[in-house]
Design a protein around this ligand. Sequence first.
Ligand SMILES: *[C@@H]1O[C@H](CO)[C@@H](O)[C@H](O)[C@H]1NC(C)=O
Ligand SMILES: *[C@@H]1O[C@H](CO)[C@@H](O)[C@H](O)[C@H]1NC(C)=O
Length: 370
Amino acid sequence: MLSLLRPLLAACLYLLLPGGQCRMPAYNNGFHYQDISNGNGNGEIYFNGVRLHVESPQHAVSAARGSSVILPCHYHYEPELTAPRRTRVKWSWLPANSISAPVSPAASARETEVMVAMGNRHRSYGSFQGRVRLRRSAPGDMSLVINELQLNDTGRYRCEVIDGLEDESVTVELELRGVVFPYQSQKGRYHFNFFEAQQACQDQDSTLATSEQLFTAWEEGLDWCNAGWLADGTVQYPITVPRDGCGGLELASGLRSYGQRHRLLHHYDAFCFSPAVKGTVYFSKHPTRLNFTDAIQACATSGGQIAKVGQLYAAWRLMGLDRCDAGWLADGSVRYPITKSRAYCGPPEPGVRSFGFPPPFLKFGVYCYR
Ligand SMILES: *[C@@H]1O[C@H](CO)[C@@H](O)[C@H](O)[C@H]1NC(C)=O
Ligand SMILES: *[C@@H]1O[C@H](CO)[C@@H](O)[C@H](O)[C@H]1NC(C)=O
């Protein structure tokens, strides 16, 4: 064994100058025990060529806010072991907002712990306490079950199986089902710095969208010629039909990015992400049109509250809400959701139409949320 390693070690020492990395021959998604004394507590069992595999059949999972989700992760040894091992499992997490470039060593350093388990004992951390457990539906099943999904649970989860000094891991992305929508200040175009954009989305029961969410929205047809803040502090806009005034005809369709902008000094619109709504959004049955104050009252009378923009978008996109009647929303804007285009209901594409922010004494219908 040692004689076999000697030329390799020599090569490593050579390659280490000046700061290069020495790579031992790697095994694909697994590692070998080679004469390591590493038994089940008594240090007597020796393993030879036993390989640990950690796998996940799904690398991305999406679910609705408030629901439960399973992030799959399984491990097994090859060849199968006869004696049980003291295996530790650690789930950790990199929040979506902090994922920027592809996986880098710096990124893994920002991972925080979600749950650690050893045998039947386990411990969960932070906002995951009381909401997570391991599924354990079969030997080696270390899938993580998260209940009561929150908006800020999205990101990259790592399932790490630790056996003695060795460990092996897989990652699973967790996304929330939802809808991305552009949001503009009542004062007009480009009035939000990053923090104001964050607040504006929050006020609409949503969060700033991630680049991945905006990309998915673009794939699904979102075309918007105003730039908006995203969760990672970049400013981008999605174009499906290249045209003048929107980056020009020369650029291919896709996400146009201004890159990172100054979070305090630069002003743009916002791209918000609204997750699936638990309740329902409905058009008030009130017999007459209402000014803004009476609209708020009408929703309360029907046992709900005036709907937020994020709720209307989610209801339109995820529940097919379709209504050719302009209605007040909580931010003082007037909009209506169209899923099946028809005459006299605006442009030919489905979408949420907006009348902007009319004076509050004007009369419209109202969308409520319950
Ligand atoms: C995530 O959101 C929940 C409720 O909305 C909050 O209680 C929790 O502190 C948040 N967690 C983080 C890490 O921001
Ligand atoms: C809306 O109409 C009510 C009367 O129905 C009135 O008291 C209220 O001041 C009006 N609000 C606005 C913003 O015009």
